[in-house]
Design a protein around this ligand. Sequence first.
Ligand code: HEC
Ligand code: HEC
Length: 323
Amino acid sequence: MMSSFWSIWITVLTIVVIAGCFILLRLVSKNNTGIDEGESMGHSFDGIEEINNPLPKWWSYMFYLTIVFGVIYLALYPGLGNYKGLLGWSSSNQSIGTEHGIKADSAAATELAEKEGRWVQYDKEVEKAAAKYSPIFEAYLATPLEELVKNEEALKVGGRLFLQNCSQCHGSDARGSKGFPNLTDDAWLYGGELATIKTTIMNGRHGMMPPKGGLPIEDSELKGLAEYVVKLSGREHDEALAAQGQGSFMKGCFACHGMDGTGNKFMGAPNLTDSAWLYGGSRGVIIESIKNGRSGVMPAWKDVLGEEKVHVISAYVYSLSHQ
Ligand code: HEC
Ligand code: HEC
């Protein structure tokens, strides 16, 4: 909130400027030159003479009109320092939030604005958009996902929602990056079935591996473990080192990643036998993953977007790996 000094400063400055304009306009519309209208002012430039003509009437009326407009505008809308305006209008409920020490643009701020009868432009527009689009989204929600994935129009809407909400982490092509899974392949941390994808987006996920899997593993065992993981993913490896690593793996890595290393979708433990890597498949990065553990968080969208939109996005995400 603006301090009262700046509020007064802006108010006084605005009023002085408007009053100044008015006085200036009055002064110049009076003939105070001592020379009659239509007579020469006494200078000439290259044979062009300056004649004492008053401002055209329509011209000065325009100026008066702008002043009147300005005064009415300032009375109705906020603008003069902390003054809120007779209409109670505001562009968003941000200011209402801060006035009352609650979170700006939150549901609580909107509720308060309604209670105070304030006219919040942002809320009106959100309401209008909701009235226009909610029947469309309700129809989508009523369509089973198996049907929705065949609806080109719905997939386009889902794609736009994805760009707005998901691309900052998963990439605009949904191919992900280090720590953010690729959603276009068929390697899934939690599962690629329609219902599972929707559950993931609705409630979010937290993939959690404690340092060294929380197991009694020495730093000297890390190289062997990484070699074993490389072996699991079917690449060239040092057999003796990998055998050592397998011994360490049996201390408990299997509890999450499975005996055969193919992972566990209930806890989002990645499959270590394929070529898809969440953090990276080089020996160096694998050692880093094991040594420090990993903790990837996928936010929940149920309360942010609502189920209707999550439903449509789920169909879109599914379509990415099922062309
Ligand atoms: C703040 C970053 C972030 C945003 C934004 C985000 N995600 Fe994620 N998402 C992640 C992370 C990190 C994971 C992996 C979680 C883990 O490591 O367990 C993930 C996982 C997923 C998965 C599970 C993939 C699998 O292999 O099982 C899906 C599906 C998904 N996100 C879809 C979305 C959609 C759709 C949106 C937009 C509505 C979205 N995400 C927005 C970070 C994000
Ligand atoms: C408590 C369960 C748990 C245990 C025990 C565990 N992990 Fe993990 N591990 C996970 C989870 C969950 C992830 C994914 C973390 C994320 O989503 O950010 C992961 C990630 C990894 C990754 C990264 C994979 C990638 O795609 O980048 C490697 C490598 C790995 N674990 C190896 C191991 C090894 C080796 C052990 C034994 C020392 C081990 N894990 C023990 C749960 C576990």
